[in-house]
Design a protein around this ligand. Structure first.
Ligand SMILES: Nc1ncnc2c1ncn2[C@@H]1O[C@H](COP(=O)(O)OP(=O)(O)OP(=O)(O)O)[C@@H](O)[C@H]1O
Length: 288
């Protein structure tokens, strides 16, 4: 059997297993079908450890579906998916999830109102073991405090989830997602519901995280190009379950590609490295 070149390898236990060993996400022709409807795909997409991706697309485009597949929360209906070099469907999804940090409204919705921030973050290290309310190791508490400080939420340690503002919740969710030292961090609309100051704080923090060489690979869904932090390297545009464009952010985020994705004339501009987008308003000159 011939071995392909580059970073693709073949393991043969009777089955050819061809994937990018450097990728935390390696999807090849992945589809997701429900009730006879193809909600996503076929999608071929690779994310490597030092990459920071933004996913953009209209409502219902399939962004969260893609994220759920990347979070090992769903099995693909077709195609081949590897997460952290493990073949989805041939490995324990719970083991995979320990390597993936997720911050999303779905995670937020499962948190009891009376959960203390400290417990919420520290328990992430134990969730897989089902030790939600048991004794925790002092080292885990120390790590939780360190992460809360990094996301600017140390002062919230003793507060309960129900008393937090939207911006505070977003920070605490990211802290919880980072607690397991994941290889992959998935952020589904982390800026949703934040006021201008809160959004700018978040963009600043995520920009620092993006530039940290020890940070995990990051994939973030957003509806607003203004929320893309400095340091994000790649973009994927999705529409009606299909990829419109993907690759390096400077190549993919263009007025032309956004107009195609959103089916309207969009003008994209960039000021000091930040993106801004608006619909082009056509003005008609009147004859006297
Ligand atoms: N389990 C399911 N069964 C049937 N349809 C589903 C299921 N999950 C999602 N969908 C549909 O798949 C499509 C894509 O949904 P998804 O949540 O991935 O979109 P999205 O891009 O994240 O949208 P939004 O920006 O509104 O959050 C939508 O039309 C949605 O109604």
């Amino acid at each position: 059997m011939s071995i392909p070149h580059g970073n693709r390898i073949v393991i043969h236990d009777g089955v050819v297993n061809d994937f990018n060993a450097d990728a935390v996400i390696d999807f090849s022709d992945v589809t997701f079908i429900r009730q006879g409807r193809t909600l996503l795909g076929p999608v071929t997409w690779q994310v490597e450890l030092d990459e920071r991706w933004v996913i953009i697309g209209p409502n219902g485009a399939g962004k969260t579906t893609l994220m759920r597949l990347a979070a090992a929360e769903e099995y693909p209906s077709g195609g081949v998916a590897h997460l952290m070099s493990e073949r989805v469907g041939k490995t324990d999804m719970r083991d995979l999830r320990t390597m993936i940090g997720v911050s999303s409204s779905a995670v937020a919705a499962r948190i009891p109102q009376d959960e203390k921030v400290e417990d919420l973050v520290v328990s992430a290290a134990y969730a897989i073991l089902g030790r939600w309310r048991e004794e925790y190791d002092q080292r885990d508490f120390d790590q939780a405090m360190e992460i809360l400080e990094r996301v600017g939420a140390l002062h919230l340690t003793d507060r309960t989830w129900g008393t937090l503002s939207e911006g505070e919740r977003k920070r605490v969710l990211i802290a919880r997602a980072l607690m397991t030292n994941p290889e992959l961090l998935l952020l589904d609309e982390p800026g949703a519901g934040l006021d201008l100051g809160g959004r700018e704080d978040l963009v600043g923090y995520l920009g620092e995280l993006a530039l940290d060489p020890d940070a995990p690979a990051i994939v973030m869904i957003t509806h607003h190009v203004e929320e893309i932090p400095y340091g994000f390297t790649h973009a994927l545009l999705l529409d009606e379950g299909s990829i419109v464009a993907q690759g390096l952010i400077d190549d993919v985020l263009t007025s032309e590609n956004l107009s195609k994705t959103f089916h309207q004339p969009i003008e994209l501009s960039r000021i000091d490295g930040r993106f801004f987008a608006r619909r082009i308003v056509r003005t008609h000159s009147r004859r006297a």
